[in-house]
Design a protein around this ligand. Structure first.
Ligand SMILES: C[S@@+](CC[C@H](N)C(=O)[O-])C[C@H]1O[C@@H](n2cnc3c(N)ncnc32)[C@H](O)[C@@H]1O
Length: 321
């Protein structure tokens, strides 16, 4: 057992699972060593970290440091705790997304990477569709990874702590990489694109699922109009994303807009948004959030015929040049 003081601060409460990488571990190969789950106990400023049968801490400590430097809103256990339910979609919608994503990558796959996996909704669904391969879900937030383990464990998914700018993944090891609703969080998109270029095999592909700046038209903006302004500053345009990936050695292979139902009615939409399940709501004051929520409830109350709420995303696919 090793005591780490302080580098982990903040929201650790009970038990956080983490990846321990080092020689001698059986399991998925990542970087120079192999990974398996270790464990970390901690509260407040100090934690005790342990790995049952390996004393090589180097990669584990590195991963923990990644957790500190990014994904700040997602370190919040409140947000992580409500994220899965608040962002779930009907199984048929998730399956349609998975089909779409897989159609944009190489048919022959043995390893898929979900960058910014969050609670692992896509990682598990991709793994279920990919019976012969492994899927790695990478995220810098331990709080989100805990929820991924809780809700989306899957025998062919490994969840790994790390971030897009320094992927804890071996070079030339991945066939298809997904970034779903992550690109606007990245402090350095070009660095992420370079990392993806490094980890992808020849013939590999990246699928970016986002809303590009020029098409921010989600239903949520009808009720919280200031969010649209804030998102316009955060979300990159299609040209910016394409530029970053081209600079890193990718070519665009597809660009599409795809929509799926997420809730059966405004009432159901209200019910999930009431839990503030997205980090964007943290940009609003409590009053702004409450006002928008009241607007949404009033609209739900007078909705005569229930209409499903759909979410549309832009999809950009890139292949290694
Ligand atoms: C909106 S959630 C998306 C989760 C999931 N991909 C989905 O579509 O439901 C954004 C996720 O990106 C992660 N994230 C934030 N900064 C990141 C970074 N620099 N590298 C990788 N992931 C990051 C957050 O921790 C969070 O889990």
């Amino acid at each position: 057992m090793v005591r780490l003081t302080p580098p982990i601060t903040g929201h650790l409460t009970e038990r956080v699972y983490w990846e321990c990488a080092g020689p001698g571990h059986a399991g998925l190969t990542v970087g120079a060593g192999c990974v398996r789950w270790g464990f970390l106990h901690g509260t407040g400023l100090s934690v005790t970290a342990g790995c049952p049968d390996n004393e090589d801490w180097a990669h584990g400590v590195l991963a923990l440091q990644y957790w500190r430097v990014s994904a700040q809103p997602y370190q919040d256990p409140r947000l992580a705790g409500v994220y899965q339910r608040g962002n779930a979609m009907p199984t048929s919608s998730l399956q349609a997304w998975v089909d779409k994503i897989l159609s944009l990558g190489p048919a022959d796959r043995s390893a898929t990477l979900d960058v910014g996996t969050g609670t692992g909704m896509f990682a598990a669904a991709l793994a279920a569709a990919d019976v012969s391969g492994v899927t790695v879900g990478v995220d810098p937030s331990p709080a989100m990874l805990m929820e991924a383990l809780r809700f989306n464990s899957h025998p062919r998914v490994r969840y790994v702590a790390g971030e897009a700018g320094a992927l804890p993944i071996a070079a030339n090891s991945i066939d298809l990489a997904l970034l779903s609703r992550v690109i606007h969080h990245l402090p350095d998109r070009r660095r992420c694109a370079r990392e993806l270029r490094r980890v992808l095999r020849p013939g590999g592909a990246v699928v970016v699922r986002t809303t590009v700046r020029e098409r921010l038209d989600a239903v949520v903006y009808d009720y919280w109009p200031r969010l649209r302004e804030l998102d316009q500053a955060r979300f990159p345009s299609a040209a910016m994303i394409v530029g970053d990936f081209e600079t890193a050695g990718f070519a665009v292979t597809a660009s599409a807009s795809f929509s799926q139902p997420v809730q059966p009615s405004l009432r159901a939409f209200y019910d999930v948004l009431a839990s503030r399940p997205q980090s964007k709501f943290d940009m609003l004051t409590a009053d702004e959030f409450a006002t928008g929520l009241t607007r949404l409830r009033q609209a739900a109350d007078v909705e005569a015929d229930e209409r499903e709420v759909r979410e549309r995303y832009d999809v950009l696919a890139f292949s290694v040049r």
